[in-house]
Design a protein around this ligand. Sequence first.
Ligand SMILES: Cc1cc2nc3c(=O)[nH]c(=O)nc-3n(C[C@H](O)[C@H](O)[C@H](O)COP(=O)(O)OP(=O)(O)OC[C@H]3O[C@@H](n4cnc5c(N)ncnc54)[C@H](O)[C@@H]3O)c2cc1C
Length: 425
Amino acid sequence: MNIPESSYPRVVIIGGGFAGINFARKIANKHIQVVLIDKRNYHTFQPLLYQVSSAGLEPDSIAYPLRKILKNHKNTFFRLAEVESINSEKNELMTSIGNISYDYLVIATGTKTNYFGNKSIETYGMPMKKVPQALNIRSLILQNFEQAAITHDKEARKALLNFVIVGGGPTGVELAGAIAELKNHILPRDYRDLIPEDMQIYLLEGSPRVLPTMSEHASKKASKFLSKLGVLVHCDTFVKNYDGKRVTTNSNLELQSETLIWAAGVTGNPVEGLQADVLVDRANRYKVNEYNQVEGYDNIFALGDISLMQTDDYPNGHPQVAQPAIQQGELLGKNLVKLISGKPMKKFKYRDKGSMATVGRNKAVVDLKRFRFAGFFAWFVWMFVHLMALVGFRNRVIVFFNWGYNYINFDKAARLIIRPFNKLN
Ligand SMILES: Cc1cc2nc3c(=O)[nH]c(=O)nc-3n(C[C@H](O)[C@H](O)[C@H](O)COP(=O)(O)OP(=O)(O)OC[C@H]3O[C@@H](n4cnc5c(N)ncnc54)[C@H](O)[C@@H]3O)c2cc1C
């Protein structure tokens, strides 16, 4: 791997997501050698992936090179590789580019899409967890528009223009709103040979309301905003199957659709090698104590989505969102320095800063500890929070400019099929 031997202890981080980069930033420039390994050479700002899928933003405004994040950090190295397994007895990792030893290991590998065992949905559905997947969705939406414009068969045209989104959490709601904006503002201008009413956006949610993890107030407002945009919301609806053409559900709703976007769940993305009982079955997350130490290991830590810290306030672990990952990464950065210098570590306590989701171009819902609000002001708050959270000044400026331009012109500037998506069927 070409990492120099050093007299400092070596900390290896697997994953440059929110948890990994915030940990790396806090532990930088200390008497510690830090090696960050990721299978991608960039950090992905997942909360805005849906804007790439719906042609609102270019992918490079929500992704940021990991080497650039680390460029001023002394004794810090980045390696582009996939970690394949951990040998905890030898304190060694096996990766796609060779082996590396560690004194301390930090696992921050996040989650992957969960299809709940349905192979057909896995084959034909469109996940949205990574930048290339968001680009696939963008291409498919635009390819469907192009195909619909030359299709004479009415039913086939409808199937091309039926977009089914499964999962009414923030991701599904935000994506449904953004695709509705394409229908309302782009289709009538760019595709004058299509009838906008032929395009339908379905949002299917298994629980009784959209945004089930937010307040009832947020759910009601989001449903109202979605229906104003023309999105057809079906709650208490579980998708049973999708064969690339037809969606079947438990509520006997059947839809003909060339596009099913799967935003219905995630599961942990662990690395092979640790004792099986440190993983919690259903969630695939590592059980950690209040210092993020993986159960049974003194020098192995897990952070963010992949970790499961059960506390009185969070008996099922913290929510799998950015804030716990960021806060755990920052605290472990300080704690590891303490541990190495023989000082006591501080227990993790999650500060819930609230949750929010945007619906369309100028509406959002926000749940804070004491206040709940929705509408235009909420959308403003949503924009500000997301802009500030983006990594890199350049990305903030570009996204700000894009949003301003889109808002004034009702436009989505990234309507490009750069790399056509080939459906299997
Ligand atoms: C579409 C979408 C929208 C979201 N919207 C929001 C939102 O609005 N607000 C919010 O708070 N949260 C949101 N989230 C959740 C949030 O993005 C996650 O909670 C957060 O990214 C978790 O951070 P993490 O560091 O644990 O993992 P991640 O950010 O997922 O990072 C994991 C990293 O590990 C790397 N990796 C994985 N396995 C390996 C391996 N074996 N070898 C090498 N590298 C590996 C990956 O390449 C990745 O870079 C959203 C998530 C998605 C998918």
